[in-house]
Design a protein around this ligand. Structure first.
Ligand code: ASP
Length: 339
């Protein structure tokens, strides 16, 4: 009898421990796109995986210390913004005019407060500006020079635009410009075809994002990007648009998207996932798969990372690869690139 009880108790303890282990506390991405192993050197692959691990560790340290999920997503995004590997902050892609115009957003799942900035060229860490918009202004979104003035006023680090130059991204722009001019010649200057070439969808990967669940059960999501190579006319993508590329709600999930922004905007992907969970009672996995399929049907590509209020995670994408990683409550880190 006693032995039987002991067995049941240990079995329950073991199951509880196993469940605890499987609870995810953070998920991140470093962009989705035509990321193929054949185009990657082992050194570059290790550099990406190492940075993803570093970002996850930075976020996890915040959660472990009992800090809010907002601090965790901010910490992870900062690591990736400061790395030239990703299309955010230091490694941002170039616009058609040879500038780096960045977008970022952050959202608090507990209060549904959000902050975002778009088209900024001098703020070293766009995610800090997005958070300041949320916490230190009465607005949700600021753009361009106004956002930069605000960031300067509150003491964020302002840099010369040349800080964001990287040879890889510059070469990416030159390639896109060459492709554009070939297209324009072939189309004999047909206006609508020219406009189709305003962004280069194969040279955009590297947007960064994070979703975290803290010890108090609060979710937060953050996304930061340079947008798409060769973008024109002050184009803004989905990342800073609350509900399109970024969303968090304690009642459902936190979501950060990456991919061809125009399609994520039109499909309102991040909020669509939350709404399906809230109104149709779909699971995180089901809702994310459906939202991505709807976006894909319109002709878009990309992926997303999402974490629900129970610690379930999903990372669907319809591209060749997506830089991504997770960390569980016990600190176990897992990072991946390809399918
Ligand atoms: N979604 C971003 C944008 O369209 C780009 C990306 O995620 O690669 O601006």
């Amino acid at each position: 009898m006693c032995l039987g009880l002991l067995f049941i108790c240990s079995f329950l303890a073991f199951t509880a421990a196993a469940q605890q282990k499987q609870k995810y506390v953070m998920v991140i991405h470093g962009g989705a796109g035509t990321i193929l192993k054949k185009n990657m050197t082992p050194e570059k692959e290790q550099a990406y995986l190492g940075k993803l691990r570093e970002a996850l560790q930075a976020g996890y340290d915040q959660i472990k210390a009992g800090k809010p999920s907002l601090d965790a997503v901010q910490a992870a995004v900062l690591v990736m913004e400061d790395s030239p590997l990703f299309n955010a902050g230091k490694g941002a892609v170039f616009t058609h005019d040879g500038k780096n115009e960045m977008d970022a957003a952050i959202m608090d799942g507990k209060t549904l407060k959000a902050g975002s900035i778009a088209g900024v060229t001098t703020i070293r860490n766009p995610i800090l500006a997005a958070r300041a918009v949320m916490e230190r202004s009465e607005h949700v979104m600021m753009i361009g020079r106004g956002a930069e003035g605000f960031a300067k006023e509150i003491g964020l680090q302002i840099v010369d635009p040349s800080y964001f130059y990287t040879p890889e991204r510059w070469n990416g722009l030159q390639k896109a410009l060459a492709e554009d001019s070939v297209k324009a010649v072939l189309d004999h200057g047909n206006k609508s075809s020219e406009l189709k070439g305003t962004v280069n969808k194969d040279n955009k990967f590297g947007t960064v994002g994070a979703v975290a669940l803290d010890q108090a059960g609060n979710l937060a999501a953050a996304t930061s990007t340079g947008g798409m190579t060769n973008k024109k006319y002050g184009r803004v993508g989905d990342a800073p648009l609350i509900g399109a590329g970024t969303y968090a709600n304690n009642a459902t999930a936190g979501i950060s998207c990456t991919g061809w922004g125009e399609f994520f905007i039109r499909s309102v992907v991040a909020y669509d996932i939350s709404a399906m969970m809230e109104y149709q009672k779909l699971s995180l996995q089901e809702a994310a798969a459906k939202a991505l399929a709807k976006m894909e049907k319109l002709g878009g590509d990309g992926g997303l990372v999402a974490l629900d209020n129970k610690g379930n995670v999903t990372m669907p994408f319809n591209t060749a690869g997506m830089y991504r990683g997770t960390v569980t409550a016990d600190g176990q880190i897992d990072v991946n690139i390809y399918r």
